[in-house]
Structure formats: C-alpha cells, structure tokens
Ligand binder design. Structure first.
Ligand SMILES: Cc1cc2nc3c(=O)[nH]c(=O)nc-3n(C[C@H](O)[C@H](O)[C@H](O)COP(=O)(O)OP(=O)(O)OC[C@H]3O[C@@H](n4cnc5c(N)ncnc54)[C@H](O)[C@@H]3O)c2cc1C
Length: 486
C-alpha cells in the first residue's frame, strides 16, 4: 500500500483532448502584425540549450504537459533553456516578435497555463540540487522526487508537495503544501532567495534585502506572473524517521469521519499531518492517511481519539520508515526507484503515467457545520468518478502572518480539492457551488481554476493590491500574461 494506491491515480485511457481553440493561447498583443516571420532558427543559434520546433522529431513530447487535456495546444516553439542567459534571449525574442510566452517547470498547471501558442520557456534542464551550510540551491526545473532524493543524501530536506513530478517552480511560487508543512511551513516559507529573469531580461537575485517586494510576491503570488525563475535557495531541515499511515472506513462512516477529522487534524501536534479522502471511483470509500514525524507507538496514541469517534477502520496500515522512503510512499512510488519515479517519456527510466483530470478547490477557514458535512458527503455520493481531498493545515503554516508572504491563507484549517476524472466539469461545478455557502470563497492559486469567479480575492485575499503593484513595477507591459494574471 502506498499513496498511489491510496490516491485517485488510475491508468489513463486516451480520452479526447481539448482543441487548441478551447485553451489558453498566452498573451495576445494588440497592435500591428510584424512584417516577416520570427527567426526561430536565429533563436536556436543563440541558445546553449535546445529549441524544439513543430517540424522537429521531439516536438510531440516537448509540447506535452502532465494532463493530456491540453495535448491539443501547439506552441510555436519549446525552448529547453540551460541558463539564465538562454531565458533572457528567449524573452528578447518574444518581445521583438510580439509572441506570447509561457514558463514551464513540471508542467502540472491544473489549467494548462504552462503552455500556449507562442514560445514555451522550459526550465527543466536547470535542475541541479546543491547543498551547503544548511541551504539548498535548487534549479528551477527540478522535480520534487529529485529534490527529496538529492537533499536526503545530505540528511536534510525542504517541505514540499507529494507529487514526485511536480516542478519546484510552480510549487514554490504558489506556496507549496506538503506532508511536513505543519512542522516546517510551506515551501515558500523556507525560500531565502530566488533568481529570476524579468520581462526586460534582467537577472535579479531577490531576497529580504534585494528586490524585497518581488521576493515577497514570489512566495505565494503564483507562477507565470513576474518573470522566469531560474533557481531557488531554501533553508533546509534535518530529516528524521517518519511513520506513515492509511486507514479506511465503510461509506456509512463518511459523515462521522469528516466531523471527527476536521476537529482533530488542524490542531494535532505539528509533527502529524493528515489527509481525508472521500472517493467515488468504482465504489464509495472513506480514507484517512498521513505522515507522522515520530514513532509508531506515539502515532497510535494520537490516532486513538480519532478512531474512537469514527469507529473501527475496515483496514489499517501503519509503517515506520526513513524520511526519504516516506516521501516515496506519499508520492505513490514505494515500489519504484527514484529513477523510475518520473513521468514516462520524460526520462529513460520513468514509469509514471500522466493523469487526465479536472479540479476545483476551497480553503476551509472554519469547521463544517452538520449541514455542511451532509452536503459534502452527498456531493461525493453523486454519480461519477471523483474524489474530495481535505489536507490539514495549521501548525507552522498558521504561525506566519497573512501578509508576511503573498500566500494569504494562514488561518485556514485545511485545503479542499474536488477532483474528477476526465475533462468534464459538471460535477465539479455542482459540488463547488453546493459547498460555497459552507467554505466561502477562498482558493489556492496552485490549484488554479479557470472557471473560478472572484479568483483574485479567492487566491490572494488582502494581498491582491500589493501583488498588483509588484506586477506593475516588474512587468509593466504584461509580457507575462495569464487569464488569471495578477
Ligand atoms: C498530481 C498533482 C499533485 C499535486 N500535489 C501538490 C501538493 O502536494 N502540494 C501543493 O502545494 N501543490 C500540489 N499540486 C499543485 C502544484 O503545486 C501546481 O500545479 C504547480 O503550479 C505545479 O508546478 P509545475 O512547475 O509542475 O507546473 P507548471 O505547469 O510548469 O507551472 C505552473 C505555473 O507556474 C509557471 N511557471 C513554471 N515555471 C516557472 C518558472 N521557472 N518561473 C516562473 N513561473 C513558472 C507556469 O507558467 C504556470 O503558470 C499538485 C498538482 C498535481 C497535478
């Protein structure tokens, strides 16, 4: 048993992809069409990395994101940049040719907003992970599995997400929730500095004293808004033993599980993180899983009051393991090597599939009432193939001021994700609307939602005006343009 079994993941069937016209095409620049086609070959000569154009053999793979829903989008070119200078050359090219531009790291944007019809700047070649004196310097294209693995060899880590193939850029720039966040904070909370290439081609190192506003915005303001990050320096923590657990209950206990979990999880000791899944995927199921930075006996004592309230689980798996292996378990890679725990087709040994899904989110600032619990359970029970996932917050996340970084949801008790398999959004919109009176309008920018109304307030709360000011200062011409761009 590991998180891949536990989570929603499933073998992908080839469902129809969205046509390019249905998806984001990047910035559209008003004004005259330039005479002459862009000199793509000239750009290729300027790069130390690789430019993949539509006629090239690797183009089919180069334009793919994690979610096949966006396979219909055809970029003008995909530049695998090897350096900040490559990124600056790409930005100069798109400025000169008035082309849309999109940054891409791990390619996991829920809305597909790391591809477009112009130039995709892919940072995955910049993926070194170096460690010295308690600090990790991580290339903007590193995948989380490699960050955990390489830092783990030094006996250290950073708090980051569960999905092994998510890129560090999107994760850190939007915040970064993970299984040790209650103990060590969000990924962005450990960010000490970021190197970023801005729209005008400058390479800036931003920290608490240099470009502090941009540094602030890069900690929760969301990827794709302020420039192209090329590397991040994080403060690390020492790794330690972890006990992982997965418990299941029959569906009849769903309401009791939500009620008990939401009182227990956000106020548990910082060392304990947990997630509650209600799923309807070939059968209704209730699952609580998590990771505890401590031993099994102590975890059993912490789980006892929860289990007493919900009732006897139908299955219970608890295992004490190393920190690195725990991250592989939570990634769904417990039976794979690190080399295999990559997306098939992106690395020679990669074995992981892509995932065709659609999602929406809430951030829960208060516990659900009895009516709210009922509505959530009824929503999951509706026909379809879907999951609702509640991830505990609180702990170290809540001890940072809401305006100290751009990530505003410090007082949230847990995050809520609604996932459905395939590209349909009918169930998602219905359950989201049903839960809105109970959860309110807060959402997480890293679960970016193309049909969310009021997204600015939902993602950023009171931090939105300051983010707009940073945008105006560093990208006044809006070279970086998202449908939900700050
Ligand atoms: C299966 C799955 C599991 C996930 N698990 C978690 C989790 O545990 N915790 C969590 O917090 N989130 C999680 N997420 C959400 C994830 O954090 C976001 O989707 C994140 O934006 C993905 O980053 P990426 O680099 O992989 O994606 P990309 O699609 O490459 O990028 C996302 C956004 O950032 C921009 N961007 C990418 N690279 C750069 C760069 N170098 N500079 C500036 N902008 C850039 C892109 O243009 C895009 O707008 C998960 C997502 C998926 C699909």
């Amino acid at each position: 048993m590991d998180r891949r079994d536990f989570l929603r993941t499933a073998a992908l069937t080839a469902l129809p992809a969205l046509p390019a016209s249905a998806a984001f095409s990047g910035a559209t620049f008003s004004g005259a069409t330039l005479s002459g086609a862009p000199d793509w070959k000239g750009l290729r000569r300027r790069l130390s990395g690789t430019l993949v154009l539509p006629a090239d053999a690797g183009y089919g793979a180069a334009r793919r994101l994690f979610n096949p829903a966006f396979d219909g989008i055809r970029p003008g070119g995909v530049a695998y940049c090897a350096s900040a200078a490559d990124v600056a050359a790409c930005l100069s090219f798109v400025r000169a040719n008035r082309l849309p531009v999109t940054a891409r790291s791990g390619g996991h944007s829920y809305a597909g907003w790391s591809t477009g019809t112009g130039l995709v700047i892919d940072v995955s070649r910049m993926s070194t992970v170096a460690y010295a004196d308690g600090r990790a310097t991580v290339g903007a294209g590193a995948k989380l599995v490699d960050v955990y693995d390489k830092l783990g060899r030094h006996g250290v880590s950073i708090p980051a997400g569960t999905c092994p193939t998510v890129g560090v850029s999107g994760l850190a720039l939007g915040g970064g929730l993970g299984v040790v966040s209650r103990k060590y904070g969000l990924t962005c909370d450990t960010l000490e500095s970021v190197r970023i290439v801005t729209a005008d081609g400058r390479v800036l190192t931003c920290d608490a004293t240099h470009h502090p506003d941009l540094y602030w915005a890069c900690r929760g303001g969301g990827g794709g808004n302020f420039g192209v990050a090329v590397s991040f320096t994080f403060r690390t923590h020492r790794t330690r033993g972890v006990t992982v657990f997965f418990l299941h209950w029959p569906w009849a206990r769903a309401g009791a599980a939500v009620k008990a979990w939401q009182s227990w999880a956000p106020t548990a000791p910082d060392e304990l993180w947990s997630t509650l899944h209600l799923s309807n995927d070939g059968g209704l199921d209730v699952q609580i899983g998590g990771a505890y930075l401590g031993d099994r006996a102590a975890l059993d004592r912490l789980l006892a009051p929860l289990v007493a309230k919900i009732g006897r689980p139908s299955s219970r798996y608890v295992s004490a393991t190393s920190y690195q292996h725990a991250m592989m378990v939570m990634a769904g890679c417990s039976s794979l090597s690190v080399a295999q725990c990559h997306q098939a087709g992106q690395t020679a040994a990669g074995r992981l599939g892509r995932d065709l899904f659609a999602a929406k989110s809430h951030m829960a600032y208060a516990k659900l009432s009895a009516d709210g619990v009922k509505a959530l359970v009824a929503g999951v029970a509706r026909a379809g193939r879907h999951t609702v996932q509640l991830d505990a917050l609180g702990g170290a996340v809540s001890r940072v001021r809401a305006d100290a970084t751009a990530f505003p949801h410090r007082a949230a008790l847990y995050s809520v994700q609604y996932y459905s398999k395939g590209t349909g959004r009918t169930w998602l919109r219905g359950v989201h609307a049903d839960m809105r009176p109970h959860f309110g309008d807060h959402a997480y920018v890293n679960y970016i939602d193309p049909d969310l109304t009021g997204w600015r307030g939902a993602y950023y709360g009171a931090n939105a005006p300051r983010l707009a000011a940073v945008k105006a200062a560093y990208d006044p011409g809006r070279l970086f343009s998202l449908p939900q761009g700050v």
